[in-house]
Write a new protein. Structure first.
Lengths: 115, 110
């Protein structure tokens, strides 16, 4: 079974530039998550999709971050414009919705460095 | 806001030693998960505990969920270099799917 795919793996941009990340979840997984993991910290949920609908985006900085999952499969996360503090690893995860015992499967992440 | 605090933040030990990592919160969780993350990779689920007081064993790893479902511990017996990594606890409950702790970085020296 193929895992969660993310691209690119690394990205270096200058502040105020735009950047987009792509995620392809495990086939059949209805739930998709984007997390931000700053160095030395645990992942922080940015947005959760159930199929193509948003379940939770309360921690997404909506003035600069946006995400979509138009066909309920792949998803993109965009930052426009980027700030220095956006330097982090952006993780995508997917799961079958099974409540408290569900397993989230994570991709390898995209490491973003904003200069 | 649900917060999970992990301790210690960093642990460096010799191969063969035992260790315990703690995950504490003031909030009650419906379940708690432990993940391990290696450099350049995403977290991988180790275990899910659901019932207060529950103990689960995974080879040399023992996981315990507190009676009040607010805290958890991970104990590793006879640590090996392959155990090196970032250990994350994550609680499920409330509005958010998972809330992650800040992690414990474990380094096991051969």
């Amino acid at each position: 079974e193929a895992g969660v795919a993310q691209s690119p793996r690394y990205k270096i941009i200058e502040k105020r530039q735009s950047v987009a990340f792509w995620c392809n979840p495990i086939s059949g997984h209805a739930t998709l998550y984007w997390y931000q993991q700053i160095l030395g910290q645990g992942p922080k949920l940015l947005i959760q999709f159930q199929n193509n609908g948003v379940v939770d985006d309360s921690q997404l900085p909506k003035d600069r971050f946006s995400a979509e999952r138009l066909k309920g499969v792949d998803s993109t996360l965009k930052i426009q414009p980027a700030k220095l503090e956006d330097s982090a690893v952006y993780l995508c995860a997917s799961s079958l919705p099974l409540g408290p015992q569900e397993t989230q499967y994570f991709g390898p992440g995209t490491r973003l460095l904003v200069l | 806001t649900q917060l999970l605090e992990q301790s210690p933040q960093f642990l460096s030990i010799q191969e063969g030693e035992n260790l315990t990592v703690y995950c504490n919160s003031s909030s009650v969780f419906s379940s708690l998960q432990w993940y391990r993350q290696e450099p350049g990779e995403g977290p991988v689920l180790l275990v899910t505990v659901v019932t207060g007081g529950e103990v689960k064993k995974l080879k040399r790893l023992t996981f315990q969920f507190g009676d009040a479902r607010k805290d958890s511990s991970l104990h590793i017996t006879a640590a090996q270099p392959g155990d090196t990594g970032l250990y994350l606890c994550a609680g499920a409950g409330g509005r958010r799917a998972l809330t992650f702790g800040s992690g414990t970085r474990l380094q096991v020296q051969p």
